[in-house]
Write a protein that binds this ligand. Structure first.
Ligand code: ADP
Ligand code: MG
Length: 558
């Protein structure tokens, strides 16, 4: 985790925030000058008041300094809030762009959760960092410097004591911060463990109930929650303790300055106005450092979110095609996998796969789950790139082509079609947004969706809920097929289109699938024998290796 109080990547990646941060620095310098001016005026005012006189210029200066400080402090708040808003907006846009650049296989598992959290509320944790911590951080540099400079002029021995003791605050702060950080990280780990276990348990509650294990699980959760509670208490103890220690260091340092000044004042070694100035200014030197220290804990979460966002949005795309992309090959071309290996972080999904798919061939792909079947399709979709080897269409390497143009040549029916909130017609037009109504009607008929449309209250204009809420899984698959029909692409990729369906809907979807693949090049991941019936070839994928099964009855394809 990144624990630097300021991440320099911010300036490079969010140029729009540079000006605000510069203004923040200038305002910090201004505050420091005003602190000194205010104390100087007050010291003069008090010293003359003890003589029974009213020093009018000093009074005016004091009032002016106080008013100006209020104004500057307001400006600081405004500029900091604007910087926070700019940074959050930029990072959210960057993250979404990164999602678009990397494609769906990148947004999986843990990263999906991370992205959802960050683009949602996660980055809001930057608010306390920008509006609370960062302005204090600036002040903790400018104010001690200005105060020291002023005291050196008035009384160098006091200045020496301050110069020697001030570094103690950041040093102690850092020492305690390390402790707190270790404890916080332990706490986070426990929390995510607890969250994961709890999620598992809730999902499996019926099973646990049925096997009489629910009670035992309650005890496990209670034990884990207890561990988390103890970790939290420890973090809090460290946080409180560090506030106390810093307070103590600052108070003792002020006393180290004040006591000699008092003694010298009694013996006449220092004038009253100088003594007052030193006594008024000294605490001001320690104040911003302590304030920054106490706000550091509150902005830790923001810093972590910032680090994650900067790192995630900067991850380079798996294999960014070099130079300008080539024009996409025709979807009617011959597809070749040449020694293709695909490695994910922990697994090798495909090993040295070589195969040729001729135009118009209908190829069925079978094999156990996790064998690498979907990866085979994802390669053609351009969602994953080969770790070794290449995929070519008519001799053109897919790694170098304009993927958007290439994807226009294909239609994809996934295992579980994703429907978006919107009308049914819009959902079917997903891949062919300007298809005319007659074409839409034909696609609906081809996908055996017409009786579904007839039963809907507003027909094709019916608005579906999120994720196609309101349609059964069989109906949703038929919407996906209708999309593919409407797209009318030369190459179709189907990934277990009937896997989740009951027998009745399976028969309907199967018939529609047959109509779809007729006359096109098709790669069909099949888990049911019924899907194999009119395949020209059958490939078996097992543990990342592809073997050709006995060719289907001769006469077709090869
Ligand atoms: P199939 O479709 O045959 O069930 P996949 O092609 O989806 O198999 O997956 C092959 C292997 O690659 C599996 O072990 C799977 O866990 C792994 N895998 C698939 N997608 C990813 C991914 N995005 N990140 C990491 N591992 C993955
Ligand atoms: Mg799969």
């Amino acid at each position: 985790m990144n624990r630097r109080p300021f991440d320099p990547r911010l300036l490079r990646r969010v140029p729009a925030a540079r000006r605000d941060l510069a203004v923040l620095a200038v305002l910090g310098g201004l505050t420091a000058l005003l602190v000194v001016a205010q104390a100087t005026a007050l010291a003069t005012l008090l010293a003359t008041a003890l003589d029974g006189r009213l020093h009018r210029p000093a009074l005016a200066g004091f009032v002016l300094a106080v008013a100006a400080r209020a104004l500057v402090s307001w400006a600081q708040g405004t500029v900091a809030a604007r910087a926070a808003a700019t940074v959050k907006a930029t990072l959210r846009a960057d993250l979404l762009r990164a999602v678009g650049r990397h494609g769906p296989t990148w947004v999986a598992g843990q990263r999906a959760g991370q992205l959802a959290t960050l683009t949602g509320r996660g980055l809001d944790a930057l608010d306390p960092y920008f509006t609370g911590y960062l302005p204090q951080l600036v002040l903790s540099v400018t104010v001690p410097l200005a105060v020291l400079a002023r005291i050196v002029l008035a009384d160098w021995s006091s200045a020496l004591i301050i110069a020697l003791t001030i570094p103690l605050i950041p040093v102690f702060g850092a020492l305690l911060g390390w402790q707190a950080q270790a404890a916080t990280e332990r706490q986070w780990r426990r929390l995510s463990l607890l969250g994961g276990h709890f999620l598992d348990m809730v999902a499996g509650l019926p099973t646990l109930r049925a096997f009489g294990r629910a009670r035992a699980q309650v005890d496990v959760v209670r034990r884990m929650a207890d561990g988390h509670r103890q970790a939290t208490m420890k973090t809090l103890r460290i946080a409180f303790l560090s506030a106390l220690v810093l307070e103590l260091v600052a108070t003792l340092s002020v006393a180290l300055v004040a006591v000699p000044v008092g003694i010298r004042l009694l013996s006449g070694g220092i004038t009253l106005s100088t003594a007052l100035l030193v006594l008024l200014l000294t605490p001001e030197a320690y104040l911003p450092l302590r304030a920054a220290g106490s706000r550091f804990h509150a902005s830790m979460e923001g810093l972590t979110a910032l680090d994650e966002a900067l790192t995630l949005s900067a991850t380079p795309a798996a294999a960014a095609p070099a130079g300008t992309p080539q024009p996409a090959p025709d979807g009617h071309g011959e597809i070749r996998f040449e020694g293709v290996t695909v490695e994910y972080e922990r697994t090798t999904a495909l090993r040295d796969v070589t195969l040729t798919i001729r135009p118009g061939e209908r190829v069925a792909v079978i094999g156990p789950s996790g064998a690498g079947k979907s990866t085979l399709l994802n390669l053609l979709l351009g969602f994953v790139t080969p770790t070794a080897g290449r995929v070519t269409v008519d001799g053109v390497d897919l790694a170098g082509v304009d993927l958007d143009a290439w994807r226009r040549q294909l239609a994809w029916v996934p295992q579980r079609a994703h429907l978006f909130a919107g009308s049914l017609a819009d959902n079917i037009r997903l891949g062919a947004s300007d298809a005319p109504d007659p074409a839409l009607a034909r696609a609906v008929r081809d996908a055996a969706l017409d009786e579904v449309v007839a039963a809907l209250p507003d027909g094709l204009a019916t608005v579906l809920g999120e994720r196609g809420h309101g349609l059964s899984s069989g109906q949703r698959q038929r919407v996906a097929l209708a999309r593919a029909f409407l797209r009318d692409a030369p190459l179709v990729l189907l990934d277990e289109p009937t896997a989740r369906l009951d027998t009745a809907s399976e028969a309907i979807v199967l018939a529609a699938t047959r109509r779809l693949v007729a006359g096109r090049t098709a790669l069909l991941v099949a888990h049911r024998p019924a899907l194999l019936e009119d395949a020209d070839r059958i490939l078996r994928v097992e543990d990342g290796r592809v073997t050709e099964l006995t060719p289907a009855p001769a006469g077709k394809g090869s």
